[in-house]
Write a protein that binds this ligand. Structure first.
Ligand code: DAH
Length: 325
């Protein structure tokens, strides 16, 4: 008997085309005077064993019918027209928590770099990602036909005298044109190189430029400040070394390496004492000022700190990677 009621109900539900009919069906079977409700009520007069068995079955059928009605109702609620929005709403259901965002590992590294340098009196300034040839090269003592231009594989923008900056160094000249020493700045930002990608190179990357100029700023200041920065960033046990290097805008130039966990030296920044030609170009009187500059790769810093072995992960958008930070 139960079974027949259930079959009948399910069939009617399947054939219903509107919410009103669905409500009628609900009342007919599960309402206070509904068919199944009546049957359930009549069970109380049966002997114990039978009552338990039948009760279980009837309750199960009740559940099935109820589910079928709810499913159908959801179907109607999703439709446009008069039935829309009239479905049952389970007000006791927990709300949907919107997923919470968090900073990208490169942003994390950049913020730490900014905090540390700001604590040492440096200001944070930013420059344009689309640069012109003059600031990216000429102002940095890299004239048009100088072979040193080959150090930076450049994305030139077609038919206009612009390019994607290959480093954050152009901001040195832009800033000094407008400000007089003494000065201390860092310039975080995105740079671009027309290079093949591999585990440690990508066509875009983040760099932070540093520049400190005064009457008597020397390599000693450079070494002290960079060592302090690295200690705060990586911890007091960090080991660094300076190696001779070459950059047209510094004289002398050097590279800074730090020792990784496997005891290998890894290059993390280029640096040097600002070339007098750069000062001359921004209009400073010759030999009045001296200072140091550096450019540090933010990905390199983040890779060492968080033990990441492939730079391309930063730009993959892969949440399995990003959600670890
Ligand atoms: N701009 C250089 C590069 O991207 C890095 C660099 C080297 C920056 C020496 C400096 C510097 O400021 O003094 O390869």
């Amino acid at each position: 008997m139960f079974n027949q009621i259930k079959e009948k109900a399910l069939k009617e539900i399947a054939q219903t085309k509107d919410l009103k009919k669905l409500e009628q069906i609900y009342r007919r079977y599960l309402g206070r005077k509904g068919e199944l409700t009546k049957v359930l009520r009549s069970l109380k007069d049966l002997p114990d064993k039978e009552r338990r068995e039948k009760g279980q079955l009837a309750n199960q059928f009740k559940k099935e019918i109820d589910e079928a009605i709810k499913t159908k109702d959801r179907e109607f609620s999703g439709q446009s027209g008069s039935a829309k929005g009239k479905g049952w709403i389970d007000v006791s259901a927990p709300g949907l928590r919107p997923p919470e965002g968090h900073p990208h590992p490169i942003s994390l590294a950049q913020r730490q770099v900014e905090d540390i340098f700001q604590s040492m009196g440096f200001s944070v300034v930013e420059g344009p990602e689309i640069e012109n040839e003059y600031y990216n090269f000429d102002a940095l003592n890299i004239p048009k036909d100088h072979p040193a231009r080959d150090l930076w594989d450049t994305f030139w923008l077609k038919d206009i005298d612009l390019l994607l900056r290959t480093h954050t160094s152009p901001m040195q000249a832009r800033y000094m044109e407008k400000h007089q020493p003494p000065l201390r700045i860092i310039v975080p930002g995105r740079c671009f190189r027309h290079e093949a990608t591999d585990a440690s190179h990508d066509v875009q990357f983040y760099q932070t430029e540093g520049l400190m100029v005064g009457r008597d700023i020397s390599m000693v200041h450079f070494k002290g400040i960079v060592e302090e920065f690295l200690k705060q960033f990586f911890g007091p046990e960090v080991k660094m070394r300076l190696r001779p290097g070459y950059f047209p805008f510094t004289e002398p130039s050097f590279e800074v390496d730090i020792k990784d966990k496997k005891k290998n030296w890894l290059e993390i920044m280029g640096a040097g004492m600002v070339h007098q030609n750069v000062f001359k170009e921004v209009g400073y009187p010759l030999r009045k000022w001296q200072g140091f500059a550096f450019g540090v790769g933010l990905e390199r810093l983040a890779m060492l700190k968080y033990k990441i072995d492939d730079i391309r992960l930063f730009y993959s958008g892969d949440l399995r990677f990003l959600n670890q930070f």
